[in-house]
Design a binder for this molecule. Structure first.
Ligand code: GLA
Length: 722
């Protein structure tokens, strides 16, 4: 995509201009984000009023000045119906506010007016202030070439008294007024994450949110809005966005009775009250927003590229994800040096690059009733400490990773016996256990420092390349008795900030360390955690068929590079058994891992797995850093699914195709590939099958017929530019 963007820059006269401009005469801000333009202006009341968010415009003169809308009726004053980039709750505002404040004197009226602005390259800061009190809000906009703008705000209390924020949002997206839009979002539950839902947007407010203390499996902080004309994978207008926050978040999608469609995202207002003393500030999480006129496929590719370049640690210089083996489904809590070494030998023989020991290695952790919090190696299971196993793993040519769940404690643990007050609780209320564990109040500085010290010691004393950081329950009884009642609700924010801080400090101190975000599967996947981890655990559900839909939903929002997908034993989750080749070809559509009990494998399983691992290594860069085209949806009633990846340099492409169950002897549909060069000729090799030479035009327009028959059939096609 980069060359295309460069071309666009060269072709259009205004594209040589600065990416952010202020047209002083009209008081209009123009922001160019790669293929998109965003514009807003200052109206007669000095409010910041959105004007445009869509395809790139090349002529600044075309943009109108901002004018407040006329009052519709005494019930809809101009303050309510004039769209604002970041309205305060005040002056009779009835739409979702950007900010809601209670001042110490009881005033609950905030009207923000433009004060000044600073443009620094691709970042704009607009300083606004309440019309009366010295409550200041800086609105930040950062534009990126992938068509994305990042919005967040910094709210500063410059008044002489304490104030309380009751809503602190990151920003708002305004669509062209109208009806007939459609919302797409991701919902789910444990073992059923990132399920796609489409629904019409009607008057009223639809709230996507988490109140659970983490991102949540139930709802993911991503949305897309398409329409009003029908939109497909390849065509049509899609506005999309994602919040970079792993705590309580909220995205409100609203259609007003004046047909304004607006999306407000930021910190959840539920149980939220954040005090600011004089001089204190609150920075809201980043809200990433984008647009494309090329359908859902391009919307996701823009996010994938953006995440790979700007969000994931290391950006474009970061390594390909190694193929890992994880012991969890094979041995659960029954880990010991000998057993893990046996598995490691077998994993290494397959070509696996990283061996990860999961739960069960520490304290009295023989099942999920005890030991969480005691992060010292169990001497009975590991008489040589971790060093013995790590040496064996390294001698086999793999690096070593380990599971931790730092935010948790079993009541039956030395940590809890020493610090019962560290678990989140209200003093006179029962503490609800989930999976026999309580959640530590990570908002406390002493807890944060303890967890940092424990993890720092673990990775300093052992040659650990990778942590799988888990979080296996949500918050209940969100008390913080050590601080004043008026401060206790700050826990929600401070918890997430401290988790972020620990990860950031660990990575800084141990630059080679890689981290996976796991929360009972996909409970902590968002653009906030992706800034600090290398990969995520997509779901505890490793049933290959279920995974196809989970992966389809996941890739709407997040890059396949970070999407961990394991091949595991059958019968799996639903009691379903699928062939090993099918399981591999599903898992290879993301970052491949293996979680089988290799002690139970037959020679032919090893032979097949070796071939698949070698094949994955051949195509891994294309899968992980290429462009993803979802050719056929697993939600299609035909039961046929296919995804195609095209390397950034266009030299390689790989197609995966799966068939749930053939019916009536019907052949699978012809596959029309995408993203190839029409004029180029490609060598086309079907896995275990024929090799042909075909032009890009033929592959995309005439298509490719695959011979997939029966149930749980799967194949892959390698396409190499000649
Ligand atoms: C969670 C994770 C699993 C595994 C177990 C260990 O459920 O998602 O992958 O690590 O915990 O207890």
């Amino acid at each position: 995509m980069r060359p295309l963007i460069l071309c666009a820059f060269l072709l259009a006269p205004a594209f040589g201009a600065d990416p952010i401009r202020f047209l002083a005469e009209k008081k209009v801000f123009v922001l160019d984000a790669g293929p998109n333009t965003i514009a807003f202006g200052l109206n007669e009341r000095s409010e910041i009023q959105p004007l445009y968010f869509g395809q790139r415009l090349w002529r600044d003169q075309d943009l109108p000045a901002a004018h407040a809308l006329r009052e519709w009726a005494s019930f809809d004053r101009t303050s309510t119906i004039t769209p604002q980039e970041y309205p305060g709750y005040g002056a009779g505002l009835f739409v979702e506010p950007g900010i809601k404040v209670t001042l110490q004197n009881g005033v609950r009226d905030t009207v923000l007016k433009y004060v000044s602005h600073v443009i620094k390259g691709d970042v704009l800061e607009i300083k606004a202030k309440d019309q009366g009190y010295d409550l200041q809000v800086s609105l930040f906009y950062h534009v990126y070439p992938q068509g994305i703008v990042e919005k967040h705000t910094v709210i500063t209390n410059k008044t002489p008294n304490v104030l309380t924020l009751e809503s602190a949002q990151s920003g708002t997206l305004h669509l062209p007024p109208g009806e007939g839009y459609r919302l797409t979002y991701l919902y789910g539950r444990w073992a059923g994450e990132t399920q796609m839902v489409h629904e019409p947007i009607n008057p009223g407010v639809k709230v996507l949110e988490s109140r659970r203390g983490n991102t949540s499996q139930q709802s993911n902080p991503w949305f897309a809005i398409d329409g009003p004309a029908p939109v497909s994978e390849t065509n049509g207008a899609v506005w999309f966005g994602a919040l970079g926050w792993s705590g309580n978040w909220r995205i409100a999608i609203e259609q007003t009775s004046h047909q304004q469609v607006r999306v407000t995202g930021g910190l959840n207002t539920f149980d939220f009250a954040h005090t600011l003393k004089p001089g204190e500030s609150l920075e809201t999480p980043p809200f990433y927003l984008g647009f494309t006129d090329q359908g859902f496929g391009e919307a996701s590719r823009a996010l994938h590229r953006f995440q790979r370049e700007y969000i994931l640690p290391g950006g474009l210089t970061s390594k390909a994800r190694p193929i890992l083996y994880n012991s969890w489904e094979a041995t659960t809590f029954n880990v010991n040096e000998q057993g893990q070494t046996e598995l490691a030998k077998k994993a290494a023989s397959l070509g696996v690059e990283r061996f990860v020991m999961d739960d069960g290695w520490f304290g009295a952790r023989n099942d999920d009733h005890a030991g969480l919090g005691d992060w010292t190696v169990n001497p009975k299971k590991f008489p040589n400490g971790l060093k013995g196993l790590i040496a064996n793993v390294k001698a086999l040519g793999m690096d070593f990773g380990i599971w931790v769940e730092p935010e948790m404690v079993n009541p039956n643990s030395d940590l809890y016996r020493a610090h019962p007050d560290w678990a989140m609780h209200f003093p006179d209320r029962p503490r609800s256990e989930a999976r026999n564990q309580l959640i530590l109040n990570m908002a406390r500085d002493d807890v944060k420092e303890h967890i940092f010290a424990v993890l720092d010691k673990l990775v300093s004393e052992n040659d650990i390349a990778f942590l799988k950081w888990d979080m296996n329950r949500n918050v209940s009884e969100p008390g913080w008795p050590e601080v004043a009642p008026s401060e206790q609700k700050k826990m929600w924010l401070q918890y997430t900030r401290n988790v972020y801080e620990i990860i950031d400090r660990l990575r800084q101190k141990h630059p080679g360390l890689e981290i996976e975000s796991c929360s009972g599967g996909g409970g902590r996947i968002d653009m906030g955690i992706l800034r600090r981890v290398d990969q995520v655990w997509t779901s505890d559900n490793t049933d290959a068929l279920d995974r196809l839909k989970i992966q389809e939903g996941y890739t709407q929002a997040y890059t396949p590079k970070a999407m961990m997908a394991w091949v595991t034993d059958v019968p799996n989750f639903n009691g379903r058994s699928t062939p090993l080749a099918f399981r591999f070809l599903v898992a290879m559509q993301g970052s491949l891992g293996i979680g089988n009990n290799l002690n139970h494998w037959k020679d032919e399983d090893f032979a097949l797995a070796k071939k698949m691992v070698a094949y994955y290594k051949q195509v891994r860069n294309t899968v992980q850093t290429g462009k993803l085209y979802r050719l056929a949806s697993p939600r299609d009633p035909s039961g046929f699914q296919s995804s195609q990846y095209v390397a950034e340099d266009g030299k390689q492409s790989v197609v995966f195709a799966t068939l749930h169950s053939q019916q009536y002897g019907r052949p699978v549909p012809t596959l029309h590939l995408q993203g190839l060069d029409e004029k180029a000729v490609y060598k086309v090799t079907v896995l275990n099958g024929r090799t042909l030479e075909l032009s890009g035009a033929s592959l995309m327009h005439r298509g490719l017929d695959l011979n997939l028959t029966g149930d749980y059939a799967a194949t892959s096609v390698l396409i190499e530019r000649i």
